[in-house]
Design a protein around this ligand. Structure first.
Ligand code: NG6
Ligand code: CA
Length: 501
């Protein structure tokens, strides 16, 4: 009899192994959406029903963070599980930058690969390509997403406002043409195409003074950087998200029978905001608001695709943003003039580029239909923690000295507990430290505001230390540094310890 049970156990072993939970994971990374930009986070001037539906069936984090108040560093941290400021060259990258993610270290997609998943990225990349700035855009470029953990990639290289304005599928620009080769330069003008600076009359959307965005014109929009050739490969801004959505749906369709990880990097509501005709004018808040509606629609389309694929109860959908919001980020798109009382940062201070809360505290929703009990969680969590958390889900060991800043908070991310991180470093114009309910911004030179003729955002810079008790003062209005100097000291020491780790 004993023998029988033994044999039965051995026979069932593979069944147990397969029964280990391997939900599909779709990570939707919005670009520049703010804490107050979606209705489930309190927006009243704009409605985001699909994102709200996701929040309603999942966990809505009220203290969820990117690491940084701009894109590249936040994405670097998500991928590597390391604070970006540990590595030089992780600030906003040019469109021709070299890859900054190490190819020989663990990454978030590699965690999934090790667990037997198919991995794909569709959308914005902005982490560099190839080994050097100089590259031939007309032949395969590597290393890139495929060398850092993605089996499949369909991306645009940097941002929607940076050249080259093209898509790439697995190392190769889509739509290459031998007789019209692509060249890109960020230092000098190349080719003879008009620039926004020389020919503003050709623009369908003007760039705002002092903001650049006046180099090569593509699709009637002045860009950062110079580009020539590749006329057939260039995107039409109004169609970018349809293209990404189609590729994402295809990826889901092709992999619905196996576990998959899909990183979906939406471009909304980053500049240039040039939504599709069906969304133009729909929000009443200018193109920025329309772009948010478009983003919400995208989220709904992805949710629907998951549903009709019959994998709803086996799919985790995460929605979050790479940094806080900005209104005027370089184009006359009505974001400021048609704001109509909308508050993109909600009740937080600051925004994109800022060390204040709105720089990194962003909408953060995790839904696993049928598994997560819907709730609101105030736990302090970071996108950077997904790496260690999923590694723990799959019992994967992280190699020593890799992903050193990623913490395992799987139970928190799945809503089983509200215990999050004890401490966290937020990167804006300087590094701030959060410890429990306290936040300290060390003294920092530099203007208190990015400037009313520029993005007009409070930076958080002050020559004195700033100490806030976030629990009672989420809007960082009450500087307690003078009252609690020992707390300031303690947090300064902690920040230095983390920096030296
Ligand atoms: C800035 C751009 C801004 C935006 C940002 C990157 C200027 C003056 N401003 O340099 O428009 O592109 O870079 O945004 O050029 S991010 O979300 O990718 O970090
Ligand atoms: Ca961004």
């Amino acid at each position: 009899m004993k023998k029988f049970y033994c044999l039965l156990f051995l026979f069932l072993l593979p069944v147990f192994w397969y029964a280990q939970e391997k939900p599909n994971v779709i990570y939707i990374y919005a670009d520049d959406i703010g804490y107050g930009d979606v209705s489930s986070y309190g927006a009243t001037k704009i409605k985001t029903p699909n994102i709200d539906a996701l929040a309603k069936q999942g966990i809505r984090f009220t203290n969820g963070h990117s690491t940084s108040a701009t894109c590249t560093p936040s994405r670097y941290a998500l991928m590597t599980g390391r604070y970006p400021w540990r590595q030089k060259g992780t600030s906003i990258l040019a469109g021709d930058a070299a890859l900054i993610i190490p190819v020989d270290k663990i990454t978030l997609p590699k965690v999934f690969k090790q667990a037997g998943y198919s991995t794909g990225i569709v959308g914005k990349w902005h982490l560099g390509l190839g080994n050097t700035v100089e590259k031939n855009w007309n032949s395969p470029i590597k290393p890139g997403p495929n060398e850092t953990g993605f089996d499949y990639s369909f991306i645009f290289p940097a941002t929607a406002d940076r050249v080259p304005t093209i898509f790439m599928e697995n190392q190769l620009v889509v739509g290459l043409d031998d007789i019209d080769p692509i060249a890109v330069d960020y230092l000098k003008k190349i080719g003879n195409e008009p620039t926004g600076k020389e020919h503003p009359e050709l623009l369908k959307m003007k760039s705002t003074p002092n903001h650049g965005h006046d180099q090569t014109i593509v699709n009637g929009i002045g860009r950062i950087g110079y580009m020539t050739g590749g006329k057939k490969a260039r995107w039409v801004d109004e169609e970018i998200s349809f293209t990404f959505l189609e590729k994402a749906k295809r990826f889901i369709e092709d992999h619905k029978k196996e576990p998959f990880f899909l990183y979906f990097g939406a471009t909304e509501p980053h500049v240039p905001r040039m939504p599709a005709t069906q969304f133009k004018g729909k929000s009443g808040l200018g193109y920025r608001g329309d772009a948010i509606l478009q983003l919400d629609w995208l989220v709904g389309e992805i949710m629907q695709k998951v549903k009709v694929s019959g994998i709803e109860n086996n799919t985790i959908i995460i929605f979050t943003s790479d940094n806080g919001p900005v209104l005027d980020d370089g184009y006359e798109d009505g974001a400021v003039t048609e704001l109509n009382g909308h508050t993109p940062s909600g009740n937080l201070r600051g925004g994109k580029y800022s060390t204040l809360e709105a720089g990194t505290r962003v909408p953060f929703i995790i839904s696993w239909k049928g598994k997560t009990s819907p709730r609101i969680s105030g736990a302090l969590v970071s996108q950077m923690d997904l790496l260690a958390s999923f590694a723990s889900m799959f019992h994967i060991a992280i190699p020593p000295n890799e992903a050193i800043d990623s913490e395992n908070h799987l139970n928190t991310l799945l809503g089983k507990t509200d215990k999050g991180r004890d401490s966290y470093v937020e990167q804006g114009s300087t590094l701030a430290i959060v410890l429990g309910d306290w936040k300290m911004i060390p003294p920092n030179k530099g203007p208190a505001n990015t400037g009313s003729s520029l993005t007009n955002i409070e930076t958080g810079n002050l020559l004195q230390p700033q100490l806030f008790y976030l629990k009672d003062d989420i809007s960082e209005n009450n500087n307690l540094a003078e009252k609690y100097p020992e707390k300031v000291k303690q947090m300064e020491v902690l920040l230095n310890t983390i920096k030296e780790k």
